[in-house]
Design a binder for this molecule. Structure first.
Ligand SMILES: [Zn+2]
Length: 444
């Protein structure tokens, strides 16, 4: 289905389903009842949509009887029309509440549910065969569009790296040769990663009260397009998998532990479950549809997480004193390696540019691999792995670098910084323990 057809269907479905009966809100408890009803409808809609794509429902820990039977179903146009109708009814019910004077938290709840519903609609169109241009897809699914970065922007960081990376030959060859010294022996990855997780958890608990009973386990995985993954199981628990298909480097352990664990995905998921599903019975927080705005907040906060764990200098010290000895890696060039990693982070947005060009048909697969080698300084193996990630997750890739930039902008605008970590933590906690939306971050 092309874009204009999509708009026509969207318009017709809005007209058809905007004549429902209006429910009146007289007092606060009425609102709670109506919202919980809409939330229940949303959860069931997400679960039904997930029957057609096993990656859609990333976590579900609500009532088991709401789960439809059957997974991995073939596309079914009439079922999709029905699901679109349900989305429209729920959106209309939310719109009917717009005249109610809501509290700040209620407003966040409405907005979050509304944007999540729009994402489910976009996903249903995609399941039915619609191919959207990259930016429209990301707007529909993640409530955000990534800005365009020129090659000059990346070249600047590459020029800086050129000055400090030792060795001979191209920068791509030199940087990957230099980093080889910092590869963790396969048999030691789990123990080093667990030590990083423990440190991240302790530092996080200095600022955020962790609910009793929260916990995680770590597993080694293989043959996956991702490097690590947090599977949130509900009841305040996660399984964190780390994929050892490609070499793991010592400098990535804190970043990965912060991203997947504390104060990243594990903490974000458990705080939403604890604050809203457990304490308030807001059912929408029993399900996590992966291709939705929630993922931009999730990946953005997870990517940003490592920045607030350590004050300048502390991280390298921790890595040298604890992680390097555990991995049996020499610390001689640790400071240079650390600086190189910090600089290389500036190339994060090159991944989004690669994905956009590849999915919009500007680059073919080979050109995308070459671009990632040139502007992200990846090895060929790592670039190919990343293209497999793009093929599976599509515009999801914007959630990392753009999400991180949006989270940083929000925190810095309100006084957080590396010199005021207490303020950064305060704002970070607000972001991971309330229902935020990407476009809402700009107006709050
Ligand atoms: Zn992540």
């Amino acid at each position: 289905m092309n874009v204009s057809k999509l708009i026509i269907v969207l318009t017709i479905s809005i007209i058809l389903f905007s004549c429902g009966e209006k429910k009146e809100v007289k007092q606060e408890s009425d609102l709670e009842i109506i919202m919980n009803d809409i939330a229940k409808g949303y959860v069931k809609l997400v679960l039904r949509t997930g029957q057609y794509d096993p990656d859609f429902v990333d976590a579900y820990y609500g009532p088991q009887e709401w789960k439809p039977s059957g997974t991995n179903l073939p596309p079914d146009s009439s079922a999709f029309i029905e699901l679109l109708s349900i989305s429209d009814s729920l959106l209309n019910e939310l719109e009917d509440l717009s005249s109610y004077k809501a509290t700040e938290l209620e407003t966040l709840r409405f907005r979050n549910l509304y944007k999540q519903l729009l994402a489910v609609k976009t996903k249903i169109f995609m399941l039915n065969g619609s191919q959207l241009p990259f930016d429209q897809e990301s707007k529909g699914l993640y409530d955000a569009v990534s800005p365009v970065y020129t090659e000059d922007y990346f070249q600047q960081a590459i020029d800086e790296l050129n000055q400090i990376v030792p060795g001979k030959g191209s920068i791509e060859k030199r940087i990957n040769e230099f980093k080889r010294k910092f590869e963790i022996p396969k048999g030691k990855i789990e123990i080093v990663f667990k030590a990083a997780l423990q440190e991240c958890r302790e530092r996080t608990s200095d600022y955020i009260t962790l609910p009793p009973g929260e916990n995680f386990s770590v597993e080694i995985a293989n043959n996956q397009p991702w490097g690590a993954y947090n599977w949130y199981k509900g009841n305040l628990r996660s399984v964190i998998q780390i994929n050892t298909d490609l070499p793991k480097h010592i400098g990535d352990m804190v970043s990965t532990a912060a991203h997947e664990g504390y104060p990243g995905h594990h903490l974000y998921n458990l705080l939403l479950e604890w604050n809203f599903f457990m304490k308030r019975e807001w059912k929408e927080f029993s399900v996590y549809p992966l291709f939705s705005p929630q993922s931009l907040i999730a990946e953005g906060t997870a990517n940003y997480a490592e920045e607030i764990l350590f004050s300048p200098g502390e991280r390298l010290q921790f890595e040298k004193e604890i992680l390097y000895p555990l991995a049996g890696i020499d610390t001689t060039d640790a400071a240079l390696y650390y600086n190189i990693n910090q600089l290389q982070k500036k190339l994060g947005q090159a991944a989004t540019t690669a994905a956009k060009n590849y999915l919009d048909g500007v680059f073919n697969r080979e050109q995308t691999v070459k671009w990632l080698q040139k502007y992200q300084l990846r090895t060929k193996e790592s670039a190919e792995k990343y293209v497999s990630f793009i093929e599976k997750y599509r515009s999801y890739v914007i959630n990392y670098s753009l999400g991180e930039d949006m989270i940083r902008e929000f925190i810095e605008k309100k006084g957080g910084s590396s010199n005021n970590l207490a303020r950064s933590w305060e704002l970070f906690e607000l972001l991971i323990s309330t229902p935020q939306t990407p476009s809402g971050l700009k107006i709050n």
